[in-house]
Ligand binder design. Structure first.
Ligand code: IPM
Ligand code: MN
Length: 360
């Protein structure tokens, strides 16, 4: 019997539904071709659900989602809901409660895609950021006191323990090894760069740096270790992206540098990410937002969602199918689309889904 994966589909807000529809179209085509099945069930969490019910997620949401092999998310963010409520109540809550401690964000310029970086092409822009996804300043303690007075104090602290740092670093080292095997012969494989701020955040990044070298030396002797301060990393991501193979960093720094990375690979129409719990339920998403102004027009680019779907297949263990989907996306960017921008692709959202599925 064909292997069946249970997928929870969360279209979310805005154009999220349009892009996951195309994503599922392509993933189902891949499933048919490679001999497995996707058994998907949709959940209507998002801004409309919140406005209707007054709750961001129903009681049972997290335990329901735990029953799936993976979660496929469209977008979170609604123009009538105050910023922060849905992001924290859905996206961050799921990341934390499902312990998706890795945020994997490939920065890869696909053929035919324009980059704002001068004289750089697909050969130069091809690396992966491993962002710690459940700790740091995102979950560190904090609070306000004397709110509204001239003496008001706000605290939000960056907190990491060795366990969080170590499991993230180990994932990144393992990923560098896996990627190196795939890329054999290209010259820059097997390098892991730690992105930190050891010159100022001398406690938190001291912990990261020591753990990085201890683990690297003990268990990953074949992986070269580099270190970059986060501010300098931003410069090199623009000037010399070809230096990078795999980067690993904290939650907040990873959030910031992956938006920079995303724009160098063509922007939100193409950038995909995976919130990964290697031992549990992972969640895959295009990293662009819900794009309310384009909602329902059939002009949003679904390729980021499709690429996120490819990452989902890879994490499920369907490596061949994942590669085939990514190749199909590259075929479409190289040969079909005029632009990645909404409304300028030369095709509608569903036509881009069709083109990708037939390229498979
Ligand atoms: C991201 C987003 C989220 C984050 C927001 C929406 C909470 O920016 O996935 O990068 O900060 O992690
Ligand atoms: Mn972000």
């Amino acid at each position: 019997m064909a292997k069946t994966y249970k997928i929870a589909v969360l279209p979310g807000d805005g154009t999220g539904g349009e892009v996951v529809t195309e994503g599922m179209k392509v993933l189902n085509a891949a499933a048919a071709k490679f001999g497995f099945k996707l058994d998907s069930r949709e959940f209507d969490f998002g801004g409309d659900y919140y406005l209707k019910t007054g709750e961001v997620l129903p009681e049972s949401a997290v335990s329901d989602l735990r029953q799936f092999d993976a979660i496929y998310l469209g977008a979170i963010g609604h123009p009538d809901v105050k910023p922060g409520i849905l992001e924290k109540g859905i996206l961050l809550r799921l990341r934390f409660e499902l312990d998706q401690y890795i945020n994997l964000r490939p920065v890869k310029l696909y053929p035919g895609v324009e980059t704002p970086l001068k004289d750089k092409g697909p050969e130069q822009i091809d690396y992966v950021v491993v962002r710690e996804n459940s700790g740091g300043i995102y979950t560190g303690t904090g609070g306000l006191s004397m709110k509204g007075t001239p003496h008001e104090v706000a605290v939000q602290s960056m907190v990491y323990n060795r366990f969080q740092v170590e499991r993230c670093l180990r994932y990144a080292f393992d990923y560098a090894v896996r990627r190196g095997k795939k890329a054999q012969g290209k010259g820059k494989e097997n390098t892991l760069g730690l992105v930190g701020k050891t010159n100022v955040l001398t406690y938190v990044f001291d912990l990261w740096e020591r753990a990085f070298h201890e683990i690297g030396q003990a268990d990953y002797a074949d992986v070269r270790r580099d270190y970059y301060h986060v501010d300098a990393a931003c410069m090199w991501m623009v000037k010399n992206p070809e230096w990078f193979d795999v980067l690993v960093t904290s939650n907040m720094f990873g959030d910031i540098i992956t938006d920079l990375g995303a724009i160098t690979q063509g922007g939100m129409g193409i950038a995909a990410g995976g919130n990964i719990n290697p031992e549990g339920v992972s969640m895959f998403e295009p990293i662009g937002g819900s794009a309310p102004k384009y909602t329902g027009m059939g002009i949003i680019n679904p390729l980021a969602a499709i690429a996120a779907g490819a990452m989902m297949l890879d994490t499920l263990g369907e490596h061949k199918a994942a590669l085939a989907v990514e190749n199909a996306v590259m075929h479409v960017t190289a040969n079909k689309l005029k632009s990645l921008a909404a409304g300028k692709m030369g095709y509608s959202t569903s036509e881009v889904g069709d083109l990708t599925a037939s390229a498979l």
